[in-house]
Design a protein around this ligand. Structure first.
Ligand SMILES: C[S@@+](CC[C@H](N)C(=O)[O-])C[C@H]1O[C@@H](n2cnc3c(N)ncnc32)[C@H](O)[C@@H]1O
Length: 248
C-alpha cells in the first residue's frame, strides 16, 4: 500500500458514514443560501479567490468542460462569462444545489448540462473533456478514486484545475485556521437556522481539514496518479491552493 492509499484508507474509515448519510442532507439544507453564507464565512475573500481561479483556467471556444461537484454552478457560470462558446457540463449528487445552479445559469442566459450522480463514477466516456474543474469538494470524496475518474474522462493533453481548502503545512496556521472554522460554522449555522444534520457536522468539517492534504502532498498525489505538468499554488498560508494537472 502506498502512503497515499494508507491516508485514503484512514480518511474513508473516519468519514465514510458521514459522507454516505449526512453530507447530502447538509447541502440540501443550505442550498438556497449557500453562496451568500460562503461569502460571509470567508469575509468576502471567496469572490477574490474565485476570480483568480477562473483567471487561471485556459479555455477556448468550442471546448467541452466538466465541473465536478458543481453545487450551484458558480464555476460553470463564471467560465461561460469568460468564454461563452464553451459546452459546459456539471455533476453533483445534490439535486437541491443543482436546482439553484440551473436557475442561476438560465437567469443569466447560460445553459449548463447538469447530471445528478455520485462523482466516484462519472457518467461519461473516456477522453471526453478538454477541461475538468473541481472546487471546494474534494475533502468530502475518496480522492484517488475521483481523480482517477477525472483522468479517465479528460482527453490526452486536457487540463484538470482544482481548488480547495487544504491542510496548511504549518502547524500554527493549522491550529488558528481550525479555530476560525469552528467559530465560523457555529455563527453561520445559527444565522441561517441550520437543520440538525448541518449542526451535527461542525466537528466533521474541521476534522476533514486535519486529515486532508497539504498543497505539496496534493501535487505529489496528482503526479503519482499519472498527471503531468502538475503545479500547486498555495494561498492564504496554505489554507487554500490552486492545482493544475495535465492528462499525459
Ligand atoms: C462545498 S460544495 C462546493 C460546490 C461548488 N463546487 C462551489 O465551489 O461552490 C460541495 C459540493 O459537493 C457535492 N458532493 C459532495 N460529495 C459528493 C459526491 N460523492 N458526489 C457528487 N457530489 C458530491 C455536494 O453536493 C456539494 O454540492
Amino acid at each position: 500500500m502506498t502512503s497515499f492509499e494508507k491516508k485514503e484508507h484512514a480518511r474513508q474509515e473516519a468519514f465514510e458514514t458521514i459522507w454516505e448519510t449526512q453530507i447530502d442532507a447538509v447541502f440540501t439544507d443550505v442550498a438556497a443560501v449557500y453562496d451568500k453564507a460562503n461569502d460571509f464565512a470567508s469575509l468576502g475573500m471567496l469572490k477574490g479567490l474565485r476570480r483568480r481561479f477562473i483567471a487561471s483556467i485556459d479555455v477556448e471556444p468550442g471546448q467541452r468542460v466538466l465541473d465536478v461537484c458543481a453545487g450551484t454552478n458558480v464555476i460553470g457560470i463564471e467560465l461561460l462569462k469568460k468564454q461563452p462558446g464553451l459546452d459546459v457540463y456539471a455533476v453533483d449528487r445534490s439535486d437541491a444545489m443543482q436546482r439553484v445552479g440551473k436557475d442561476r445559469a438560465s437567469q443569466q442566459g447560460f445553459e449548463i448540462k447538469g447530471h445528478i450522480c455520485d462523482v466516484h463514477r462519472l457518467p461519461f466516456p473516456d477522453n471526453h473533456f478538454d477541461v475538468v474543474t473541481l472546487q471546494y469538494a474534494t475533502r468530502h470524496l475518496r480522492v484517488i478514486d475521483v481523480f482517477s475518474e477525472i483522468n479517465r474522462v479528460l482527453k490526452p493533453g486536457g487540463n484538470f484545475y482544482h481548488c480547495d481548502m487544504l491542510r496548511p503545512a504549518n502547524k500554527f496556521i493549522e491550529e488558528a485556521y481550525c479555530l476560525y472554522l469552528k467559530g465560523c460554522l457555529k455563527t453561520i449555522s445559527w444565522a441561517i437556522r441550520s437543520g440538525p444534520d448541518a449542526m451535527a457536522c461542525h466537528g466533521y468539517f474541521v476534522d476533514a481539514i486535519r486529515l486532508f492534504y497539504s498543497t505539496d502532498e496534493l501535487s505529489r498525489l496528482l503526479s503519482e496518479l499519472g498527471f503531468s505538468h502538475v503545479t500547486g499554488r498555495p494561498m492564504l498560508g496554505g489554507t487554500v491552493a490552486f492545482h493544475k494537472a495535465c492528462k499525459a
